[in-house]
Structure formats: structure tokens, C-alpha cells
Design a protein around this ligand. Structure first.
Ligand code: SAH
Ligand code: SF4
Length: 407
């Protein structure tokens, strides 16, 4: 269901304002069978519920037509059929990008983006949804709107999955199907890894969403223990690493988690992952003019990834309020791509999508949170400029750029 949110969404102060009923989409067949058995209902109804949730994409119990009416109220008493209370949609790029701002039961706002790519020679048309794993993010990358918002909470498994079901429902209205899911929305997926893994299991389960693991990508800013845990589990999805800088002093500023797990450790974990799973790791590199797009960066990046089972995505930075930075011009992006290709590293240049609707996740939620007062914005910009100027000289600062993300 699509509704328009009021201009100011009231945000409950108490954390217990959250609806305590679990989201129905987080349950697998065994959980549903156990719940049905408690109520003296036959086990085959578990399959009926799963079909209603995953093929029927139900948002209310009343849409579960194969269930007896008496079960509708039981379902509602125990579960939320949809954990997304309301969604505001914004469409851009002539309909090729749809951004959803979702309101959750405790007033948290999260975002998902549905992108449509037409068929090209050798590839079928794609419909990709980019979903959030947390409300806000604690990592605090200064070029990211979500980082600016700070961390609010981890998403529940069903809150992650219901973003996918919402996208699939929008596509179904036009007779289309979702082909890809990427965890590149708000939040750091590897800091909510148990729930992200549960969500991936549901998405790839043939009895639920049935999306092949090759069509799921999870992006991380470099949580090394999380990457190592994924490697031990074997291939579950494509892993993407948000690199953004090949040199520690600069990456300390751009991705503050680098102070805990520096570039060499992140790339070593990614290399082991690629070798153990036989799957190429992709590296995301957001290009910021005059900051991480210099000759020195190109050289450091080519040396870092030479010989790796890797692929680099170069993404011109989406403009974000409160940062002093702008995207690298296209010729600079192409120059870096050329340097990497010369070193034998495959590269793709990704065009930013839906800039007019703020398609870098977190921008709509940041807009809703309101602009901080001008002096706060000015101080923040000054700190970012000072930190990046020092980093470009090769100095590693010990001062945390973001509260709580120091050593
Ligand atoms: N927290 C995870 C996943 C969510 S962010 C991570 O950082 O990997 C998904 C991607 O969007 C990351 O590569 C992130 O660096 C990138 N991104 C964030 N803000 C951006 C901006 N303003 N312009 C371009 N890319 C951005
Ligand atoms: Fe968090 Fe990713 Fe944004 Fe960094 S880029 S603040 S890790 S969501």
C-alpha cells in the first residue's frame, strides 16, 4: 500500500513503542508448523501461509484466501503480516528509479530503492531493489547521508524482508519480477549479521522467495570478523567491499571503521573470501573530486588490487547536504578506470541513479530529520576539510571524526 507520510512524522520517544509482534515474513516452515500445532491446526497450513507471504505478497491476513477466516485473527494476534506501516514513493529517471521511504512501527524511517534496467545484448532486463539493514548507521562515513543521521537501531529480519516484498508487489502490478537484491541501503549489514543471514536464507529458500544466491549482493564498509564469518559459511551471496581509498590515512577519514580494521586487513579478508568461495569480490569506490581521485590514489589502488579476484565499481559521489565535497568529473573517473584496466583489474563505471530524489540511501530520511542549525553544519564541514587535508598529506589522525568510532 502506498500512502503519503505527513510532513513531520511523530517519532515515539520510548523504545518499547515498537510493536512486539514478530513480522510474519521472518518465519520459516518449521516455525509456522510449531505455531500451528500449538493451536491444533494442521501442518499443511504452514505452506499456505508461506505461499500467501511470498507468492501472494500479502500485507494483511484478509489477503490469505486459502486460510479459514478463524485463522486470520489468530495470525493478526500473533504476528504483523507487514512490518512496514506506511510508504512514501518518489519516482525519478523517467520511471527507472523508485525510492521508498518506509515508516516502521516505532517511528523509525528507512529507505529502499527499486531500479529498472532494460535488457541489453547478453543480459535480460533487471529489476534490482536496494534495501536497508539498519535504521541509521554507526560507521559515520562523511560522504553518506545515512552516516550523518547516526545509528538508531538494527532492523528485525522481517523489516529487512518486507522491503523486498514491497518492491516485488510494485513490480507485480506491471507483470514484472524482481531479479536482484542488494544490501546497499541504510546501515552496515555486517553489524546486523545474524538478521541479514536470516533474511538471505529466506530470500534464497525455494519454498519462500526463491532468489538464487548469485542475485543477492551484500555490501560492507569492512567489518573484518563479519567477512571471516561469511567465508567460513561458504558462498551465500556476492560480497561487495566499500573501499573508497587505498591508503590508510585517507580511508580513516572516508570510512572511519578503517581505524579498527585498516585497508590491508580488509583486503586480506576479502582475498581469502574470494579464494575460499571461488567468487569475485566487488570493490565499491565512490569518487570525490580532489580527495580520492588523484594519481597517487590510482597508483595505490592498482597496486593494492593487482592480481586479486576482484572487480571495481567506480561511482561518482552523489551530492549530500552538509559535506563540502562534489563528484569527480567524468574524465577523472575514466582516467582512474584506465589506470586500473592497465593493471589488469576489471572496472565498471556506475552512473548515480535518481539524484533528484537523493538515491544515495539515507537522503530522504535525513531530509525528514531536518537540517541541523547552520553553525553545526559549518563546524562539521570544517572538521571534514581539516581531516581530509591532513590525510592527503599522509597523516593519520587519532582524533575520531565521528563520536564513538575511535579506537
Ligand atoms: N554500509 C554498507 C552498505 C550501505 S552503503 C557499506 O558502506 O558498504 C552502500 C554503498 O553506497 C556504499 O558503497 C557507500 O559507500 C555508498 N554511498 C554512500 N553514500 C554515497 C554517496 N553520497 N555517493 C555515492 N555512493 C555513496
Ligand atoms: Fe554506514 Fe555504509 Fe553510509 Fe558508511 S557508507 S555511513 S557504512 S551506510
Amino acid at each position: 500500500m502506498t500512502a503519503t507520510l505527513p510532513a513531520t512524522v511523530p517519532i515515539p520517544r520510548r523504545p518499547d513503542a515498537r510493536d512486539p509482534r514478530p513480522g510474519l515474513s521472518s518465519l520459516g516452515e518449521a516455525d509456522l508448523r510449531a505455531w500451528l500445532a500449538e493451536r491444533g491446526e494442521p501442518g499443511y497450513r504452514a505452506r499456505q501461509i508461506l505461499r500467501a507471504v511470498w507468492q501472494g505478497l500479502a500485507t494483511t491476513s484478509g489477503e490469505m484466501r486459502t486460510l479459514p477466516r478463524s485463522l486470520w485473527s489468530a495470525v493478526d494476534g500473533a504476528f504483523r503480516v507487514d512490518t512496514i506501516a506506511e510508504t512514501e514513493l518518489r519516482i525519478a529517471d523517467g520511471g527507472r528509479t523508485e525510492k521508498g521511504l518506509h515508516l516502521l512501527s516505532d517511528g523509525s524511517l528507512i529507505e529502499s530503492v527499486l531500479m529498472h534496467d532494460p535488457a541489453r545484448a547478453g543480459s535480460r532486463e533487471r529489476h534490482t531493489v536496494c534495501i536497508s539493514s539498519q535504521a541509521g548507521c554507526a560507521v559515520g562515513c562523511p560522504f553518506c547521508a545515512t552516516g550523518e543521521l547516526g545509528f538508531r537501531r538494527d532492523l528485525e529480519t522481517a523489516e529487512i524482508l518486507d522491503q523486498v516484498r514491497a518492491a516485488a508487489r510494485r513490480l507485480r502490478a506491471d507483470g514484472r519480477r524482481l531479479t536482484n537484491v542488494v544490501f546497499m541501503g541504510m546501515g552496515e549489514p555486517l553489524l546486523n549479521l545474524d538478521r541479514v543471514l536470516e533474511a538471505v536464507t529466506a530470500l534464497s529458500d525455494p519454498a519462500r522467495f526463491g532468489l538464487g544466491a548469485r542475485h543477492i549482493t551484500v555490501s560492507t564498509s569492512g567489518v573484518v570478523p563479519g567477512i571471516r564469518r561469511l567465508t567460513a559459511l561458504g558462498p551465500q551471496f556476492t560480497l561487495a567491499i566499500s573501499l573508497h581509498a587505498a591508503r590508510d590515512p585517507l580511508r580513516d577519514v572516508l570510512v572511519p571503521l578503517n581505524r579498527r580494521w585498516p585497508v590491508a586487513e580488509v583486503v586480506a579478508a576479502a582475498r581469502d573470501h574470494a579464494r575460499a568461495t571461488g567468487r569475485r569480490v566487488s570493490y565499491e569506490y565512490t569518487m570525490i573530486s580532489g580527495v580520492n581521485d588523484t594519481d597517487e590514489d590510482a597508483h595505490a589502488l592498482a597496486e593494492l588490487l593487482r592480481g586479486e579476484l576482484a572487480h571495481v565499481n567506480l561511482i561518482p559521489m552523489n551530492p549530500v547536504a552538509h559535506t563540502p565535497w562534489i563528484a569527480s568529473p567524468l574524465w577523472v573517473v575514466e582516467r582512474l578506470a584506465g589506470r586500473l584496466r592497465a593493471a589488469g583489474i576489471p572496472v565498471t563505471i556506475r552512473r548515480s541513479r535518481g539524484q533528484e530524489i537523493g538515491a544515495a540511501c539515507g537522503q530522504l530520511a535525513a531530509e525528514r530529520a531536518g537540517e541541523p542549525p547552520a553553525p553545526v553544519v559549518a563546524r562539521r564541514r570544517e572538521r571534514i576539510v581539516a581531516a581530509s587535508v591532513a590525510a592527503l598529506r599522509g597523516e593519520r589522525s587519532r582524533e575520531p571524526l565521528v563520536a564513538g568510532m575511535g579506537e
